[in-house]
Design a protein around this ligand. Sequence first.
Ligand SMILES: [Zn+2]
Length: 223
Amino acid sequence: MTTEKDARGVDLDIKDAVEGYQRFRRQFERDRAFYKSLATRKQKPRLLWIGCSDSRVVPAQLTQADPGELFEVRNIANCVPPADATDDAVGAAIEYAIGHLGIDDIVVCGHTGCGGIGALLEPIPPGREAHLGRWVDYTRPAHKLMDAAGVAGAGRLTATVKAHVQFQLDNLMTYEIVRAGFVAGKVNVHGWVYDMETGEILAYDPEDGAWRGLIEAHGGAAG
Ligand SMILES: [Zn+2]
């Protein structure tokens, strides 16, 4: 692994981050009242966003959310391990979001071209990258479904991405706090897929199993 350095031997990736931070500090000064209100009040985010770690899929950009509005879990391939799985990171965020922050909407957002979903399409060398291998195994149900349905070719990856989101919605219901909230009509779950080529978000409709444009799915939000 090589790190790009300038003539003085400064790491250019870190230099970029520090320069960005300097711009942020100027912005912080301009919006001081807003940041002070964030710091002095309890957070009250509107959504629990469970999305992919992919650097190109930025939740606050897609929803134009300000700091304080999204409670986020990002992991490879936007997985929600079932409640009885050995991972606690997602379950802890779910329980905190609903139980402590009073969040009533959970979005699971996948995206086209997801490398985490694509991982199982290629053999993973046994013994190497053990954590990665175990993690992407959470995408296996969607792959099995595609195999069973005989989905192949160019559309296979996107179809798997969508099926995987639907499985994660099912997995959300394995958490008692989600299931109870959903049954009581207090918690809603939403399955979305962001198309990186067109910028469009598609939303899953559990009523008829269709995927529709997010704006259409929500009755054409104004503006
Ligand atoms: Zn991804």
